[in-house]
Design a protein around this ligand. Structure first.
Ligand code: NOJ
Length: 548
């Protein structure tokens, strides 16, 4: 491996595999490792450098696998440890690296540690946060923290030796928070990392990396009203999040990663108040990269694109880390839909905000056009780009799922006011004209989330031979990206018009028009790739081009 190859993560295109919804190999209506293995050639043809697989560990699925019961095994619905190893080897043979998802803030309530805690085995409850309740009879939660999914962040134990005690869960009740002041918790996770690194895994995405360590004494937060969404807020600090003590944990993790050749890498999911706070996670002895989410919160406006790009690059550069670009993921509204309504003049308030942009009917063709243009911007920028499965097919959010089909705990915990994240997690359409669109080998399989009846045109097969399809746009962009942009140097903005964000990097330029009227392209430039067919001398609205 050359030195350059060991820095693959600084420029990679990483494809996010939401395994439940990627491809079903065994016909039970749930995606699995067998299905993913069968589609690796599709990913190789797409041209991605790595895949990040959402949690695949044994789990009661209180939060789609982010409630882990055993960190060293595979959920039977997804396959076996042997399948996982085969997948890792096959991906590597195709030149695709494998990144897993580690969930250190909380376990499942079925994890053996939590069961031992509930049984009051000696020393077991200290690994979590158990407290007596407040009030004369202890019937109120110990503090005012709210769950990110809605409701109090505390649940009272209703039977057994700990009856009457409360335990902390910043997410669902089935996700008790670990006590990261406990040395056994720290040692256990370093061991879990090594378990997977020894099996050839190239890195980890760290779930709620800004969680884990809480302020001593678990004091009340300042503003009780704002708390359900506090993880996502851009203002203010809260005793549950982004505590300085968490950095010591990552210094330990970095030393585990450095024991391997090539070095294994980390990417933090950390929703912190500012890029400056985020940069603290990326200091040289901590994590390698972190998602920078302002890109997926930016409205479709050139001025915002310029601003979030500049902010992301300069804050990452302040600690010598590469920037990262995310247009969507399994927690947020799909890009097509986000761009299919009127655009606000500010960053979208919360990344998990969905269905709250009023009753405006989405214009999906418009949203898709903008999403295609945004992809070209994303893939022209320096650093790492993340592609969430289905973005390459131009899928939109499914906003009209029937209530009884919804799986996201947010729906119940919010008292049925927040529809949650199921609409961006619908099983992928691979081929055919009706559900399950080749997702499952059994046409009669009941899928874990239903697909819409209008996705025939969006399947991978339907797009495969259409030169104008979104799939072929992504393929072309990923093919051209190394040639045009890798090692191309810093972003240099070109003044064109308020509604145009245009930048050069080396000999290539990327232009995007977010306005209503067309603009002239520079004389003498050649269009290497355009997000819409037929772009030549002028750049139409909601279109991007790569020029050379
Ligand atoms: C962030 C994950 O992306 C999300 O899906 C999950 O619900 C929470 N962390 C809790 O683990």
């Amino acid at each position: 491996m050359t030195a350059e190859e060991s820095y693959w993560w600084q420029t990679a295109v990483v494809y996010q595999v939401y395994i439940r919804s990627f491809a079903d190999g065994d016909g039970d209506g749930v995606g699995d490792i067998q299905g993913l293995r069968a589609r690796l050639p599709y990913l190789a043809q797409l041209g991605v450098d790595a895949i990040w697989i959402n949690p695949w560990y044994p789990s009661p699925m209180a939060d789609a696998g982010y409630d882990v019961a055993d960190y060293r095994d595979i959920d039977p619905a997804y396959g076996t440890l042997e399948d996982a190893q085969t997948l890792i080897a096959e991906a590597h043979a195709l030149g695709i690296r494998v990144i897993l998802d580690i969930v250190p803030n909380h376990t499942s309530d079925r994890h053996e540690w939590f069961r031992a805690a509930l049984a009051d085995e000696p020393g077991a409850r200290q690994r979590y946060h158990f407290r007596p309740g407040a009030g004369a009879d202890g019937s109120s939660p110990p503090n005012n923290w709210q769950s990110v999914f809605g409701g109090p962040a505390w649940t009272r134990v209703d039977s057994g030796p700990l009856k009457g005690q409360w335990y902390l869960h910043l997410f669902a009740p089935g996700q008790p928070d670990l006590n990261w002041d406990h040395p056994e918790v720290r040692a256990e996770f370093e061991d879990i990392l090594a378990f997977w690194f020894d099996r050839g895994v190239d890195g980890f995405r760290i779930d709620v990396a800004h969680g884990l360590v809480k302020a001593a004494g678990l004091p009340d937060g300042a503003d009780a009203d704002a708390e359900p969404q506090v993880m996502l807020h851009t203002e203010g600090r809260h005793p549950a999040w982004d505590q300085d003590g968490v950095h010591e944990v990552y210094r330990g993790w970095r030393s585990v990663a450095e024991r391997y050749t090539p070095e294994r890498i980390f990417i933090a999911e950390a929703w912190v108040p500012s890029n400056e706070r985020l940069a603290r996670y990326l200091r040289p002895d901590e994590l390698h990269t972190a998602f920078q989410f302002d890109f997926l919160r930016a409205p479709w406006r050139a001025e915002w694109l310029r601003k979030v790009v500049d902010d992301a690059i300069s804050s990452a550069a302040s600690v010598g880390a590469p920037p990262t670009w995310v247009l969507s993921n399994h927690d947020v509204t799909r890009t097509v839909t986000r761009f299919s309504r009127s655009q606000p003049a500010h960053l979208v308030d919360t990344a998990w905000e969905r269905g709250r942009w009023g009753e405006e009917v989405p214009d999906h063709p418009l949203g898709r056009r903008r999403a295609r243009a945004a992809a070209l911007v994303q893939l022209a920028l320096p650093g790492t780009a993340y592609v969430y499965q289905g973005e390459e097919l131009g899928l939109e959010e499914i906003e009209d799922l029937p209530a009884e089909a919804r799986q996201d705990p947010t729906w119940v915990q919010s008292g049925f006011t927040d529809v949650g994240r199921d609409g961006c997690r619908i099983p992928l359409p691979w081929n055919g004209t009706e559900p399950p669109y080749g997702f499952s080998p059994d046409p009669g399989a009941g899928l874990w989330l239903p697909q819409p009846w209008h996705w025939a045109q969006r399947s991978a097969e339907a797009q495969d031979h259409d030169p104008e399809s979104t799939l072929n746009l992504y393929r072309a962009a990923l093919r051209l990206r190394p040639e045009l942009w890798s090692g191309a140097g810093p972003v240099e903005w070109i003044e064109v018009a308020p509604d145009v964000a245009a930048f050069g990097r080396g000999d290539a330029q990327c232009w995007v028009n977010t306005g209503d009227s067309e603009v002239s392209l520079p004389a003498g430039a050649t269009v290497a790739l355009a997000s819409e067919p037929g772009v030549d001398r002028v750049l139409p609205p909601d279109t991007a081009v790569w020029l050379r």
